[in-house]
Structure formats: structure tokens, C-alpha cells
Write a protein that binds this ligand. Structure first.
Ligand code: ZN
Length: 346
């Protein structure tokens, strides 16, 4: 047999072997990066990270400008901050309305975001509970105008009393809420899809009229980068645009998928069938589809396509203030407590 013919046969054989080793297109690729917490049971995958096409990642995220020092974290006891002392009768909304508060819908929405980490504000609020809070007439830093609050449950309630205070941690772009000991109230996902955001404005299983909310809403400036937590294969983009706007679904392996809604744009290379690495950009925050303000709706679906709680899926952590932040926070907390005591139920 001529040498040339042998060479051709060898090349054909090698091609066949390589092709049979290659994963068929569309098969989920599950990538774990160092430092990512363990997966829930059933999420393990044998896929090799080397088969994943990395989407270009910038070295640093484009962050929005930091809020100015004039925010409520540094100047709390200023004109325009009022003390409201509320006795609960019926819902929070009804109690605010009975108290004569203007915009009870807006104020109750703001208050609920300060409560839902510690209690279920749609179920656990009891007649006889008290709520004393500082509310700013306007807030430069974030939409939520709640500056601080005490929640005092009625005797015998399963809820323990607690207080929260708005404070901007060094290095953060926005203030956030902390309990009186300096622990942040928000439980951040151990793998976050977004590195900076104004506030979590929606949580999993939150009642919303005729349905419950299936994910977490991160309010953030339009254009804020959004990243896949674990990577995988893009299964679809831009389905049901009227509701979801620009959107991406990524199959993470084990039947689980990661869903991003209301994006202003989708990152280059993120298209059905593409494999993307953990932490790679998926797109940017927007307000496309059924959305009232720029935010990321982030959702995890199980193998049957039902939303599951991202908090349980990824696990969470709470940040704790320390050093100079903790000192400044304690002084601010004490000023707020003084204002609330003076105008409260004492
Ligand atoms: Zn949402």
C-alpha cells in the first residue's frame, strides 16, 4: 500500500476518534470555579472546563458613581426626616392609611424591604404590633426613604423585636440596611449575578397580586454588568419579549437553569448553544419588557421548569461592619434611636 494512502487513512481514523470524543452540541456544560460553594445534590457534572468557550471578561466592572456624602448615612438627623409611630391594625398598608400617612402604598413597599429578611411581612404582622420609623421626605442615595425602624411585636408574637438602620459601608456605592449590632439585613447569595446594586426590591415567593414572585430583583443602574454564577450552555434568549424584555436562560447542569430578565442588552457571544464560563458577562441591567425601572430579575428553575429559591440554591452570607465603619454606624444608630425614642411610643 502506498505511503500516501496510508497517511490519508490515518488522518481519517484520527478525525473519527476526535469527533467521537467531542460533546454533542447543546449538551449542558457545568463549570465550577474556585471558591464557589458546593452545589446542591444532583448538580454534579463530569463536563470538562476545557470544553467551555470563555466569554471575554473585563478586568474590572464598570461601577456607577458613588453616592455623595450628603446621603442619609452620614447626615441622618436632618430636617425632612420625620418620626412615624404606627400601631398595627390589619395590614401594614391599612395601618399607614389609618395613621393618615400620605402614599401608604409607597411607604409600605419601602418598609417591607426592611422587614422581609427577619419576618414574613404578609403573614407575621399582628394586630397590636408597633412600628416606629424614621422616614425621609426625599432620599438622594436610594429609592427607599426609610432611614431606621424599630419593630416591636405584640406580646406572645413569634417575631422578636428588631431594629434596622440605613448606613453606607466603606467601598459600597449605595447605603444598605444593618441590624443594631452592625450585621447587614440582606442575605447576599454566595454567588452573586451582579456586583453592585442599589437595593433588593423583590424576593422569592413574595405575593404579587395574582401570582408570587419567582426570583430576586436587584435594582441597579441601567448598564450594570450581569454575570452567570456558574456558567453553562445558553438554552434560549429573548423569549416572551413583551414580559421578559431581553432575557437569557443558561442550563447549569443537573436540569437547573439560571434566568436573567429585563436586560438592556445581551453580551456578545451569548446565544443559544453557546457555552459560557462561570462569572462571564451575560448582559447588562435594563428595563425592557414588563418592568417599571431598571433592575435584574434573577431566577433559578429546577429540572421541571419551576422557580426555586436562589437563597437556598446558592446559600447566603451577611456582611458585618467592623473598624471605623462600626464606630460610625454605632454613633448613627444611637442618633436614630434618640429620634425614635423622642417621637415614639415612650
Ligand atoms: Zn422580578
Amino acid at each position: 500500500m502506498p505511503v500516501r494512502l496510508l497517511r490519508v487513512i490515518l488522518v481519517l481514523l484520527l478525525t473519527a476518534v476526535v469527533s467521537s470524543c467531542r460533546k454533542p452540541p447543546g449538551e449542558p456544560v457545568f463549570v465550577i470555579t474556585p471558591g464557589v460553594p458546593p452545589s446542591p445534590a444532583g448538580l454534579e457534572s463530569t463536563a470538562s472546563p476545557s470544553e467551555t468557550i470563555a466569554v471575554e471578561q473585563p478586568e474590572t466592572l464598570q461601577l456607577p458613581p458613588a453616592v455623595t456624602p450628603s446621603d442619609t448615612a452620614t447626615a441622618p438627623a436632618v430636617p425632612g426626616v420625620r418620626v412615624i409611630s404606627l400601631s398595627i391594625h390589619g395590614s401594614l398598608y391599612a395601618s399607614l392609611e389609618a395613621h393618615g400617612c400620605d402614599r401608604p402604598d409607597v411607604i409600605s413597599a419601602h418598609l417591607v424591604r426592611c422587614l422581609w429578611w427577619r419576618m414574613n411581612p404578609w403573614r407575621d404582622i399582628c394586630a397590636g404590633d408597633s412600628l416606629v420609623f424614621l422616614y425621609a421626605d426625599s432620599s438622594e442615595g436610594i429609592e427607599n426613604q426609610t432611614v431606621a425602624l424599630h419593630y416591636i411585636p405584640v406580646s406572645g408574637s413569634a417575631v422578636q423585636p428588631f431594629s434596622v438602620y440605613l448606613f453606607r459601608k466603606t467601598g459600597d456605592n449605595y447605603p444598605s440596611y444593618f441590624y443594631s449590632d452592625g450585621t447587614e439585613i440582606a442575605e447576599l447569595l454566595n454567588t452573586m449575578p451582579i456586583s453592585t446594586f442599589e437595593e433588593i426590591t423583590g424576593v422569592y415567593s413574595e405575593p404579587r397580586g395574582d401570582h408570587v414572585h419567582g426570583g430576586i430583583d436587584f435594582k441597579a443602574p441601567e448598564g450594570t454588568p450581569v454575570r452567570t454564577a456558574r456558567g453553562g450552555v445558553v438554552s434560549r434568549t429573548d423569549w416572551n419579549f413583551d414580559n421578559n424584555g431581553h432575557c437569557v436562560e443558561i442550563a447549569m447542569g443537573g436540569g437547573y437553569s439560571e434566568i436573567f430578565l429585563h436586560l438592556s442588552s445581551i453580551a456578545p457571544g451569548v446565544a443559544p448553544g453557546a457555552s459560557i464560563a462561570a462569572g462571564a458577562p451575560v448582559g447588562a441591567v435594563g428595563s425592557t419588557g414588563h418592568s417599571y425601572a431598571p433592575h435584574l430579575h434573577y431566577q433559578i428553575n429546577d429540572e421541571n421548569g419551576y422557580p426555586i429559591d436562589p437563597v437556598l440554591f446558592f446559600g447566603t452570607h451577611q456582611r458585618v461592619l467592623d473598624g471605623a465603619d462600626l464606630t460610625a454606624f454605632r454613633a448613627f444608630r444611637d442618633r436614630c434611636d434618640g429620634m425614635m425614642s423622642a417621637g415614639g411610643l415612650q
